[in-house]
Design a protein around this ligand. Structure first.
Ligand code: B12
Length: 494
């Protein structure tokens, strides 16, 4: 822990005292600042109304029962800044860092004690410290309660660094503090943190430095948390839900009878592990985000993505489809081995294999990663404007492509993948009518119905859209079950 700095805070205590811990009652404001584009009233894409701010809901769970707590997610509602909280905690992502700093400066000038934490503050704590009374490095489950005790005692430290990594005994995120009607997927959750792998570009190694970088809840705790979530649909935001086979199998066994439909992320290697996605599908998995990253083996090796090397990507897609699971394929453009043909090759592979949705990125060196260190050493970093680190801009110089080529190729790939022609081709590559229908419905719903989603966001009608999402996700397995009941042959073309 860092040395004690001068404590500059409005008194944390009012005269009232929490009956539970004898702690002074506080007014606490937790903020997830938005990207500039997301706070523009004319720009409300559904992407920013998908998930509630789980990190802040997690931190809120450590506050006292009498504390006055407000969670502000600027992606869905403007932050009112005319208040006077005692304590302000702000989550920083790289692309919202400047907005986070602006809010931090404002609340500090009002005498609130301002805390900055999250991914970007962890990457660059010295930069964050220019705007905060206290900076948190790493996950908050150990440091935040420690800070709260210090703060209530009047001796908060300027820096807290996480070292203890466990989710055992962690309180459940405070879901009661968010307005579920503002999110398409209020049931976002995590049951693990980090990932067992260490890719060169990933935020994980630096974020979890100083302790284990992959840890999980006990399966029974995860199941108990899931059991109380209302509705049917879940979204696991874990980096790699399938990363520990034994944990995953226990979790899926416990979820089998629950009738949920859910989405998650995993690796190609875990998809190819015999029986694992099949067990996940039986438990309700209907769409998996998979980090394919690149079709080029040498590029995978350069990026330390060794667990993808030598894997049969076609087989991974087939396995998922056979289990009734849609594929959200993640690809990264701009690795050193890529040439200007990488965009079309990648899109062609994904469309021809019937991949339903794809997420494309331009290789981005987040500060703190091995990739950033290498690029800095090679003098290839073009800008430190964090607003541009959104994986849509070229941040590093490339040996075979100009920045313009990279950015144009990225935009073309997105456009081509989600063109009507590609959606039609992709869905026609599927074998049965219901698979084709689900493919088309999911891809069209996600990428072609923007204005409908925006209207639902503005009218706060996202809850009404949830059954449609669940229906599309449940689609193929539900129809298969019906065919079974009707005793139609398994290879029926329906
Ligand atoms: C959900 C999500 C989103 C949501 C964000 C909104 C939301 N509601 O959270 C959406 C879909 C909008 C999104 C968009 C993007 N995302 Co995103 N997203 C995620 C995801 C999958 C989960 C985040 C989460 O909930 N984690 C679980 C919670 C419990 O953890 P947490 O938020 O980190 O909070 C903990 C700690 O960080 C800490 N903490 C956080 N804040 C604070 C504050 C204080 C005071 C303290 C004490 C502690 C603390 O305590 C919490 C408990 O331990 C992560 C991957 C991941 N697994 O984290 C990527 C991730 C955060 N996204 C990433 C990126 C790059 C983006 C985009 C830029 C990419 C793009 N091209 O679309 C955009 C832009 C985001 C923006 N607004 O700036 C990167 C971030 C890299 C970086 N260094 O910042 C990640 C890590 C994915 C990755 N593997 O690269 N994203």
């Amino acid at each position: 822990m860092a040395t004690k700095g001068p404590v500059r805070t409005r008194s944390a205590a009012s005269s009232e005292v929490s009956p539970l811990k004898g702690a002074p009652k506080m007014k606490v404001k937790l903020i997830l600042p938005a990207l500039e584009e997301a706070s523009d009233p004319c720009f409300r894409p559904i992407k920013y109304s998908l998930f509630p701010p789980l990190g802040l809901m997690t931190l809120a769970a450590y506050l006292g029962p009498d504390d006055e707590i407000e969670i502000c997610d600027e992606h869905v509602t403007p932050v009112a800044t005319d208040d006077e909280p005692d304590l302000v905690a702000i989550e920083t992502y790289i692309t919202s860092a400047y907005r986070a700093y602006g809010l931090a400066d404002l609340y500090r000038s009002r005498g609130a004690h301002v805390c900055l934490g999250g991914l970007h503050a962890t990457s660059l704590p010295e930069e964050a410290a220019l705007h905060a009374d206290t900076v948190f490095v790493g996950p908050g489950e150990d440091t935040w309660p420690e800070f709260l005790a210090d703060f209530r005692a009047g001796c908060p430290q300027p820096r807290y660094r996480s070292t203890v990594r466990t989710l055992h005994g962690a309180p459940r995120p405070r879901r009661d503090l968010i307005d579920a009607s503002r999110y398409l997927v209020p049931n976002a959750l995590t049951v693990s943190r980090g990932c067992p792998h260490a890719c060169e570009f990933c935020y994980k190694e630096s974020f979890f430095a100083g302790g284990p970088s992959y840890y999980r809840m006990r399966a029974e705790c995860a199941l108990a948390q899931i059991e109380v979530l209302p509705g049917r649909h879940l979204y696991f935001l874990d980096d790699n839900l399938l990363g520990d086979e034994a944990f995953a199998r226990n979790l899926f066994a416990g979820m089998r009878e629950a009738g949920r439909v859910w989405q998650a992320a995993g690796t190609v290697a875990s998809v190819l592990t015999p029986g694992l996605v099949e067990a996940a599908a039986e438990a309700g998995l209907r769409s998996l985000f998979v980090g394919f990253e690149t079709l080029d083996e040498a590029a995978l090796l350069d990026q330390g993505k060794n667990h993808n090397v030598g894997r049969d990507y076609d087989e991974a897609v087939r396995r998922l489809h056979a289990a009734g699971v849609m594929v959200n394929a993640s690809f990264v453009f701009g690795m050193d081995r890529h040439g200007p043909d990488v965009f079309d090759r990648t899109v062609e592979w994904a469309v021809s294999r019937g991949v339903e949705t794809a997420t494309f990125h331009i290789l981005t060196p987040y500060p703190g990663t091995r990739l950033h260190a290498r690029m800095a050493a090679e003098g290839r970093i073009l800008t430190n404007d964090w607003n541009r680190y959104d994986t849509r801009h070229a941040i590093i110089s490339h040996p075979h492509m100009t920045s313009g080529q990279l950015e144009a190729g990225y935009h073309r790939a997105r456009r081509d993948f989600y063109s009507w022609k590609s959606i039609l081709r992709g869905s026609l590559s599927r074998e049965t009518t219901c698979e084709r229908a689900r493919h088309a419905a999911y891809a069209i719903g996600w990428k072609k119905l923007g204005p409908v989603w925006d209207t639902a966001v503005r009218l706060r009608r996202l809850a009404a859209a949830r059954p449609a999402l669940e229906g599309v996700l449940a689609g193929v397995p539900a129809l298969r079950a019906l065919l079974d009941r009707l005793s139609l042959p398994a290879d029926s073309p329906i």
